[in-house]
Design a protein. Structure first.
Length: 200
């Protein structure tokens, strides 16, 4: 009887040893020296690692790896504005034309016919613009005068000769029109040539 009990105890010990050996090989015992190390889980990002990432730009876009920075849109200097177109007026007039007058009226006083005229300048449209005081310039009865429109009608473009009396007769009915004429004075200061400037 004792022999039977001893054999049973030895069999139980053998089974326990096999079970213990199997448990150790499967790594169930964390304290066993032969246990294989398990892979560690990735560590969560720390504040130090996050701070190393470059901050986004103000526009929200990630910084480019290039060393050169592109010029932001709208930061270029504005292109120079084109110069303003010249406007007509006294600032853009030519100097007073010495040989051009605007004929306003005439007078026979003093025994000689005199034209009442104004000197002036050429404005930027190319038209003669009378200015300054009215003055008297005597005109010879035999002066060579050419006229166009409106003296000789609206369709007359080329100058045609007229007499001094024809000119003064037109001025009687059309005073203060200020028609422009080129004129020439003789040695006595009397107009001996008068050519109307055609104006559309």
């Amino acid at each position: 009887m004792r022999a039977v009990r001893g054999q049973a105890a030895m069999a139980a010990l053998a089974v326990c040893g096999v079970l213990a050996l199997t448990a150790c090989q499967n790594g169930d015992d964390p304290a066993a020296p032969d246990a294989k190390p398990t892979a560690a889980a990735p560590a969560p990002p720390t504040a130090t690692a996050t701070a190393a990432v470059p901050a986004p730009s103000k526009s929200g876009a990630a910084p480019k790896p290039s060393a050169t920075t592109a010029t932001p849109a709208g930061k270029n200097p504005p292109a120079p504005a084109p110069p303003p177109a010249p406007t007509c007026g006294a600032d853009h007039r030519m100097p007073v034309s010495p040989d051009t007058i605007a004929v306003q009226r005439y007078t026979p006083e003093g025994g000689m016919t005199s034209l009442i005229v104004q000197h002036g300048t050429y404005g930027c449209p190319g038209r003669f613009e009378p200015s300054g005081p009215w003055t008297y310039i005597p005109i010879a009865e035999t002066a060579k005068i050419t006229a166009t429109a409106p003296i000789l009608g609206p369709s007359t473009v080329t100058g045609k000769p007229i007499s001094t009396s024809e000119l003064t007769g037109w001025l009687d009915t059309h005073p203060d029109r200020g028609l422009p004429f080129h004129y020439h004075l003789n040695a006595e200061g009397v107009i001996d040539a008068l050519d109307e400037i055609y104006v559309k």
